[in-house]
Design a protein around this ligand. Sequence first.
Ligand SMILES: Nc1ncnc2c1ncn2[C@@H]1O[C@H](COP(=O)(O)OP(=O)(O)OP(=O)(O)O)[C@@H](O)[C@H]1O
Length: 342
Amino acid sequence: MTLLRVEQVCRRFGDHVALQDVRFDVHPGEIVGIIGRSGAGKTTLLRCLSGLERPDSGRIVIEGQDITALPERRLVEIRRRIGLVFQHFNLLQSRSAAGNIALPLEIAGMPKSARAARVADLIDLVGLSGHERKRPSQMSGGQKQRVGIARALAGNPALLLCDEATSALDPETTAAILDLLVDINRRLGLTILLITHEMDVIRRIAHRVVVLDHGRIVEDGPVAALLGGASRHAVTRAFLSEGRPRVPDHVVAQLRDVSFDDAHPVVRATFDPNAAPSPVLSVLSRRFGLDVTILQATAGDIARRPDAEFVLRLSRHDGDALDFIRQASQSMEVLGYVPADC
Ligand SMILES: Nc1ncnc2c1ncn2[C@@H]1O[C@H](COP(=O)(O)OP(=O)(O)OP(=O)(O)O)[C@@H](O)[C@H]1O
């Protein structure tokens, strides 16, 4: 079953094409990240998905309803099925945390007692107990975003659309808000679509990533597969290289694409610590007679699965040894070759 289907969506502003033939599906319970550089069309897509803007052509089908064909009056009902979380929270300064969360319920005409109970549940869900009476000016960025998320969840949406929801937050608060989104996804089975320009956000919580570039989708696939080296597009590779172990500058300066006499291959390999352990480095040394230098290493978290990534320099080119690393690792790529004295 598909919760959201985007079919051949196009949107132009004068001569400028902001979205071109955009198509993807989102299934119930998925966390999908849409990533793109500035001007890629993310905001335009989000505005189309939330019914704030109509595409020039194509269809956007939410729970079987084509929202591009609906009159404004019916669109209001569909918008209730979508919760929106904003980068700058968009809270009413004159209202408390509880008052902000209650607002969509008031607008929907929910009776006062039911409203109070629902708000109390939401405050609890987003971890804001004890802060319900605070005004936005008395809250931290993370607390304000928790209010924003609770308000978006108030109407029991089928889909949560997050527009750069953590871009205004520091790294620690970002991690806490992303943890909250994962928790909500797991506990409520809620489908989440994140719009971001930060690969780290995708890496941490998304199941699938859609890469948008110049208004077109250039990649759509499981996060683990793309991080594992399945990506083909330069824009995706540029995003993926963010936050990965940096190849030392003196190595980059001497890195060549093709092998040469006495060349030392430089290899990037990712290992899953949950997989059966394998003494990779000592096998390379004993079986293949290679010296292995660790140039960089990092331990991370890909879509909640631990991983470890290394940049290694081998003492000589050996096709069988490279095949061995490929088989022993989750993903492996030869970055290039450096001279012996590098
Ligand atoms: N109302 C508009 N009128 C004219 N051009 C627009 C309008 N809205 C967006 N655009 C253009 O469409 C393109 C996509 O813009 P959009 O805001 O969707 O990109 P974005 O990926 O969200 O960028 P950012 O990350 O910088 O917010 C840009 O070139 C932008 O200048």
